[in-house]
Design a binder for this molecule. Structure first.
Ligand SMILES: [Zn+2]
Ligand SMILES: [Zn+2]
Length: 363
C-alpha cells in the first residue's frame, strides 16, 4: 500500500494569534477502514491539562483493536489512536504544578483515573471504573500534539531517548507488571510464552528481576533471540509434541510463574500446563474467543490463573528505571506517521519483528 498524503482540504480555521494551530494526525473516521491522515486543530489546553509535542509514539496491537472497534467498550470515531506517545510539554493549563514546560513525558494507555474510588485508593488505578484510555476514549499520540492529564503521565528520565521509551510505556510496563503478578521470586523460574514485541521485553525484565527464564515460541528465530537475551531454556511449541511436558522436564516440574504474551488460545492452554504446582499463570494477551480452561489441572495443582492489564504509575516508574540502568532495551523500527496504514497492515499479518515506533522527526 502506498503511503497516504495529508489531505489539505480538511484544515481547521487557523488562529492567527499563534505560530501554528494545526497538526498532522492519523484519524479513525470509521471502524475497519484505513486511518485518514488529516490536518486537524491543535487541541486547546484546559485547566488541569497539559499539551505535549509528540516526538515518538509506539504502535501497539491495541491500536488495531481500537481502529477496528473489536472490543465491547468501543471508542467513538472520529478519534486519534496511539497510547505510547513520548514528547515535550509545551503548554500547561491553569492549576498544573506537577509538570512544567520542557519536561519530557509519556502519555500511556491509562490516560487518567478518578483518584478516589476503592481501586485508586489501593494503587489499582488500572481498574478504576472512571478510567480514561489514551488513543481510545481520549485522543492519542498518532498526532503532532496530544493533550494529557499531568497526574497520569509517565515521567521519562534523562538518559532515555523518546523512541526508546515509547514501547516501554505500554509493552514494557505490561510485561513488567505481569511478571510481578506471577509472584515468582529471584532464583525461581518463569516461562515467557510468546517472544515477540511483548515477550522480548519480558525476558529482559525477568532476568533483571533475578528470575530464570524459559522462553516458548513457535518461531526459531525468536527463540534464538531469547537465548541471546539470556533465556536458559527454549521450547518450540510447534515442533515438540507436548510443550507443557517439555517445560516441566527442563525446569524440574514446571515454572513458578508463566507469562502468556502470545495472543493465542493454544498458548493460553499450553501455558497453564507449564506452571509448577501452586504456581501462577498470568495472561496479558487478548485473543478473541473463550479461554480453554483446564479445570482439573488448575484445581488439582492449586494453580492461580490471573489477568493483568498495563500497570500503575509506580510500575511505570520502575519499568522505565530498568531501561535507564541499561537492563532493558526494546527492539524498535522507526517509521513516519504517513506509513501508519502500512504498519497496521503488517501488524495484522504478524509481519513485524520489533516494536514499530512512529518518529515525528520524519515525514
Ligand atoms: Zn499497548
Ligand atoms: Zn478510581
Amino acid at each position: 500500500m502506498a503511503a497516504l498524503t495529508f489531505d489539505p482540504t480538511v484544515v481547521a480555521t487557523p488562529n492567527p494569534s499563534r505560530f501554528k494551530r494545526t497538526m498532522h494526525a492519523a484519524v479513525v473516521e470509521a471502524f475497519g477502514h484505513p486511518l485518514v491522515l488529516r490536518e486537524v486543530e491543535i487541541p486547546t489546553v484546559g485547566p488541569g491539562q497539559i499539551l505535549i509535542k509528540t516526538e515518538a509514539c509506539g504502535v501497539c496491537h491495541t491500536d488495531l483493536h481500537a481502529a477496528d472497534g473489536d472490543w465491547p467498550l468501543k471508542p467513538v470515531p472520529p478519534f486519534i489512536p496511539g497510547h505510547e506517545a513520548i514528547g515535550m510539554v509545551t503548554e500547561v493549563g491553569a492549576g498544573v504544578s506537577l509538570v512544567k514546560v520542557g519536561d519530557r513525558v509519556g502519555v500511556p494507555w491509562l490516560y487518567s483515573a478518578c483518584g478516589h474510588c476503592e481501586y485508586c485508593l489501593s494503587a489499582w488505578e488500572t481498574v478504576c471504573p472512571g478510567a480514561q484510555f489514551g488513543g481510545y476514549t481520549r485522543n492519542g499520540g498518532f498526532a503532532e500534539y496530544v493533550l494529557a492529564d499531568p497526574k497520569y503521565v509517565a515521567h521519562i528520565p534523562a538518559g532515555l531517548r523518546p523512541d526508546e521509551a515509547a514501547p516501554l510505556i505500554c509493552a514494557g510496563v505490561t510485561t513488567y507488571k505481569g511478571l510481578k503478578e506471577t509472584g515468582a521470586r529471584p532464583g525461581e523460574w518463569v516461562t515467557i510464552s510468546g517472544c515477540g514485541g511483548l515477550g522480548h521485553l519480558a525476558i529482559q525484565y525477568a532476568i533483571a528481576m533475578g528470575l530464570r527464564v524459559c522462553a516458548v515460541d513457535i518461531d526459531d528465530a525468536k527463540l534464538a533471540h531469547a537465548t541471546a537475551l539470556g533465556a536458559e531454556l527454549v521450547v518450540n511449541a510447534r515442533t515438540v509434541p507436548d510443550a507443557g511436558a517439555a517445560v516441566k522436564a527442563g525446569t524440574g516440574g514446571g515454572t513458578h510463574g508463566v507469562l502468556i504474551t502470545a495472543p493465542s488460545l493454544i498458548a493460553f492452554k499450553q501455558g497453564v500446563a507449564m506452571v509448577r504446582k501452586h504456581g501462577t499463570c498470568v495472561l496479558v494477551g487478548l485473543p478473541a474467543g473463550d479461554f480453554p480452561f483446564p479445570l482439573f489441572d488448575v484445581v488439582a495443582n492449586c494453580i492461580t490463573v490471573r489477568g493483568s492489564f498495563v500497570g500503575t504509575r509506580k510500575d511505570m516508574a520502575e519499568a522505565l528505571q530498568f531501561a535507564v540502568d541499561g537492563k532493558v532495551k526494546a527492539d524498535i523500527e522507526l517509521q513516519p506517521l504517513s506509513a501508519i496504514n502500512d504498519v497496521f497492515a503488517r501488524l495484522h499479518h504478524g509481519d513485524v519483528a520489533a516494536r514499530v515506533v512512529i518518529d515525528f522527526r520524519k515525514h
